[in-house]
Design a protein around this ligand. Structure first.
Ligand code: TEU
Ligand code: CA
Length: 562
């Protein structure tokens, strides 16, 4: 099998996501900061990553932890200064690490100067930077809902109109129909690119173009609700313009948060000839276990559905587009708690999930702490929670007659705070994250799960991740090879080959907590019998493959077939 995929540095890279508030506090105020990241660059270099995705570090009232930006050109005081950020860029570059930053331009903070002006009067020059609408029948213009519970419209007394906010009411949506506003965004992007950033992760970018006339939410819609708001009529025009005027002038990469994007349309965003973005994150596997429109309602899912998500997207992307592989981020539960077993098989299942991350086709993204197998937390009281999505859902839950105890049961597996507890650096107080009181409590399991312990133990998840990074760098087939699923309906095993020209690898992953037999199809068994296991998450390697592989709980194996 040959491939005519265009090669690119960002396809071959490994990306590490940093949520600065929770990464490392350098000055004891309990909040992670930029100097804290600089301290840990050598650690990241050792891990082998190529690119850091830095979550928002700009001034913000922190209604949504930095995703509500009040100044696109500055640095949040708690995180440090512009000099600190410039030093971070320089120190990263010294180590051969690139940095991409979060571009949050579907909305700003209501404390951004543009909005402060915009709400003053109907004829303010900034009025049209946001989306204002007069009341309809004395109420909101339509029935759109915010991603974080309640109406997406907020009434503003000053001018007697509503403004649109798809997220919290402190995150008013910017009006991309306004040419001048768009030019301001492009100018700001150039500002950061000229400082040396290697690209952007674009927050909820498919939402920037709104349906004209603001029609009501379609009746009987049974898909995933962001699809209704995503991919508005001018989204591709805007992204092409952004690419033409800004991105195409630099050698950079972009990854859009592909919320609401369907496989059928993905190459309109990332297909090479579309000249818009390089990659998007797809969310099919992130919403398998919850009802689309209700974070609190869980549903059962099967491994087959999970495989189908990745297969569908790889097929849809073909040779025109490129994928991004992630299992979690700052918005979702910890991957080992969600897709693995964070109790008796934490080590094995975290390594197995890592194997998946690095052997599927697409650029892999590690979320901070996953490389040591950090787990979900179960705070005993709602007072311990910080995330605005969780708190809004809690308020609505109480209004509907629920209790704190009931809500906690639901919040434990789904709250975004699961991924936001401080990174566990060592076994000292507060996990070595801070000398003070952390802004969010440290997970009580830090004495066992922390970086220092993992560095000392050659059998740790961390060391396994390092090997995976190396493996992917050594074998081009793991980057560019095509994936073919074997025995897709198998409810416990996720197995696939990766093939590039005359090279072939076989990956076999068990999602089961018991021993499981897996029968290889004839054509593969022939090769497997004489092939080498080049990666395995159990210390004792299995013998060379036979037709039937007996996999231990959460076992992961990578064979070099040819
Ligand atoms: O997330 C967008 C998004 O769709 C999330 O709201 C997601 O559905 C939810 O968190 C799942 O639990 C981005 C950012 O990643 C998120 O942190 C921000 O809160 C949001 O945009 C608004 O900027
Ligand atoms: Ca600090």
């Amino acid at each position: 099998m040959t491939t005519n995929i265009t090669k690119a540095w960002w396809k071959e890279s490994v990306i590490y996501q940093i949520y600065p508030r929770s990464f490392k506090d350098s000055n004891g105020d309990g909040v992670g900061d930029i100097p804290g990241i600089i301290e840990k660059l050598d650690y990241l270099k050792e891990l082998g990553i190529d690119i850091i995705w830095l979550c928002p570090f700009y001034p913000s009232p922190n209604d949504d932890n930095g995703y509500d930006i009040s100044d696109y050109y500055g640095v949040m005081q708690e995180f440090g200064t512009m000099e600190d950020v410039e030093l971070l860029f320089k120190e990263a570059e010294k180590r051969g690490i690139k940095i991409i930053i979060d571009l949050v331009v579907n909305h700003s903070s209501d404390e951004h100067n543009w909005f402060v002006e915009s709400r003053k009067s109907k004829d303010n020059p900034y009025r049209d930077y946001y989306i204002w609408h007069p009341p309809v029948n004395g109420g909101p213009p339509n029935d759109w809902v915010s991603f974080f519970t309640g109406s997406a419209w907020e009434f503003d007394e000053v001018t007697g109109e509503y403004y649109l906010h798809l997220f919290t009411k402190k995150q008013p949506d910017l009006n991309w129909e306004n040419d001048q506003m768009r030019q301001e965004i492009y100018k700001m992007m150039r500002f950061w690119l000229d400082k040396g950033v290697a690209g952007f992760r674009m927050d909820v970018i498919p939402l920037i173009s709104k349906e004209p006339g603001f029609p009501p939410f379609p009746k009987d819609f049974d898909g995933y609700f962001p699809q209704v708001y995503a991919s508005g009529p001018r989204v591709h025009e805007f992204l092409k313009e952004m690419n033409r005027e800004v991105l195409s002038k630099y050698d950079v990469m972009t990854v859009g948060e592909g919320i609401g994007v369907t496989p059928e349309e993905v190459n309109d965003y990332v297909g090479e000839s579309s000249k818009e973005l390089n990659m998007v994150f797809h969310f099919g596997h992130m919403f398998l276990d919850r009802k689309p429109d209700d974070m609190l309602a869980w549903r059962d899912w099967s491994l087959e559905e999970f495989k189908d998500v990745f297969e569908t997207w790889e097929k849809a992307l073909g040779n025109e587009g490129w994928g991004s592989i992630f299992l979690g981020n700052h918005d979702f539960p910890r991957i080992v708690s969600r897709f693995g077993n964070d109790k008796e098989y934490r080590l094995e299942s975290a390594k197995m999930l890592g194997t998946l991350l690095f052997t599927l086709k697409g650029t892999p993204y590690i979320y901070q702490g996953d490389e040591i197998g950090m787990t979900n937390v179960a705070f005993p009281s709602m007072e311990d929670y910080n995330d605005v999505q969780t708190l809004n859902a809690y308020r609505a839950f109480l209004e509907n007659g629920g209790t704190e105890v009931e809500f906690l049961k639901k919040a434990h597996p789904f709250s975004r705070d699961n991924a936001r507890t401080p990174v566990q650096w060592d076994a000292s107080e507060q996990a070595g994250f801070t000398n003070g009181q952390p802004w969010l409590k440290v997970n009580p399991n830090f004495k066992e799960i922390n970086v220092e312990t993992a560095l000392r133990d050659k059998n740790s998840i961390l060391h396994y991740y390092k090997k995976l990074v190396k493996l992917r760098k050594q074998h081009e087939v793991l980057v560019y090879g095509e994936t073919e699923i074997i025995d897709k309906p198998n409810p416990e095993i996720y197995a696939y080959t990766r093939t590039l020209e005359n090279r072939q690898m076989l990956v076999v992953l068990s999602f089961s907590d018991t021993e499981t037999d897996f029968v290889l199809p004839g054509h593969l068994a022939t090769y497997a019998n004489s092939s080498k296991v080049i990666m395995c998450n159990y210390p004792v390697l299995p013998h060379a493959a036979q037709n039937t592989l007996t996999l231990r709980p959460y076992e992961a194996r990578v064979y070099m077939l040819k």
